[in-house]
Design a protein. Sequence first.
Length: 338
Amino acid sequence: MMANYTLLDARYDGNVVRLFYLSDGGKIEEWNEGTEYHPYFYALRELEALEAAKNLGCRSALERRRELFSDRELDYYKISGREMALNEVKQAFTRVWEDDVHTVEKYAFDRGMRFGVTYSNLGGSFHPMEVNMEAFEDAFRELVGYDPVKYALAKKFFNIIEQPLPIISREVAKRYRYDVDRMLQALYLSRITNSPITFRNAPPSNFIKALYYLYLKSEGYVIPTPEEFARGESERGVYGKAALVLSPEKGVFLNTYALDYESLYPSCIDVYNLSHETVNCEHGECQNNTVPEEEHHVCTIRRGKYSTLIGALKDLRIRYYKKKGKEGDQNARIISEV
């Protein structure tokens, strides 16, 4: 009988990435590929800086990648090497990209791995097992016509989420300081964001960032720097005015109704196509698609990457998993609470 291994965790010790799997027998098994893995960043062509990288033992490889805001393909140099050398040489470049992405997340992406899912052998790439898509198609069939990009992404997430689960014993859950339900929740979060299960103490924004970064990389984009993301907001004057907060009237009121909008912010991001690259885009034909009472406009040509991502996850949660959870499906309930 073929053994199965669920990838739970990874650690980088400065030379190799060590992977930790949960075997069918409930044992945690460590594996590494036996060769050094060098982290990397991207940079544009600067001859003196490239020469400095070479002198410090770093490797440079030319790659063609897309720039998010313009959607143009550009030539970037992928600079890889030991952490100490990279930290020194990046000072020689005017700007570098992806130096803030965690090394184990880069490794998983480069090796085609996914945390939280099952493999037939240690160190292998992720090849999803076939799952029943009938329920998904029933819930999302109408998306194919009016939002095929979101449909395709939601289908991909569904396929990952629905992969077979390992047996989680109390002993294994306790080792990672969980109970069994919380361990399953962490496992699903690990699947969705492709982050190690031990990243649980990170703030929620880190998981959203990891998920967004993974999506951009898989689409062939170089991940913008924090300054570029900020520039996309501040220089164009998009400071994200939030919802209006209305002070309630004091007193006791009878026959009142509570109005609750489920997933309000994610729905606005999705429906109005709000992404870094779509707000105040450069297309002349989009200038009239203005935000009410604001001096901003939103792109009508490109489907935003962030809005697609948030929309796909929001629809999966509301249209499928939350409903299944209310019908008594315990795993669906756990997923809807991730």
